[in-house]
Design a protein. Structure first.
Length: 152
């Protein structure tokens, strides 16, 4: 039975969303990683996917979050769409017990509702000024970044 092997945590990180833009360094992503892990209790064995909407920021994201899978999709909402694709099309509901969505974008409301209906615990981590109402109502748990997430 599929649920018998289900476990672990998948963390989906829209780096641009949490850092407030696409102009960031690997050092800023590394600092963000620490804040995210503390804010939502990310286990050390979690599978992490980071996303951006362009290739150049994705390099910095990967350098700042070693070991994370990197995905991207060009254009507005590209990172959101790349992460939604992972969540909805890679058998996530059957493979993971918990999904942490690190973005406040409303697009993730659909993802959160789908995963929760499939029995997955969904936690959303967002900047305090960037949490969509639809996502807030669809999430199981909500955490807010404790420090400003804006890239310098």
């Amino acid at each position: 039975m599929m649920n018998a092997i289900k476990g672990g945590t998948l963390v989906l990180v829209d780096v641009e969303n949490l850092l407030g833009g696409s102009d960031f360094t690997a050092e800023q992503v590394h600092a963000l990683r620490t804040v995210v892990a503390a804010a939502v209790s990310i286990p050390t064995d979690a599978h992490v996917t980071v996303a951006t909407s362009a290739g150049a920021p994705l390099v910095e994201a990967g350098l700042g979050w070693p070991g994370a899978r990197r995905v991207w999709r060009r254009g507005q909402d590209g990172a959101d769409l790349a992460l939604a694709d992972v969540a909805l099309n890679e058998d996530t509901a059957a493979r993971y017990q918990r999904v942490v969505s690190c973005s406040g974008d409303g697009l993730f409301a659909v993802v959160a509702r789908y995963l929760r209906a499939a029995g997955v615990q969904v936690t959303v981590l967002a900047r305090p000024d960037a949490l969509s109402r639809a996502l807030a109502s669809a999430a199981g748990d909500i955490a807010v970044l404790p420090a400003p997430g804006r890239a310098a």
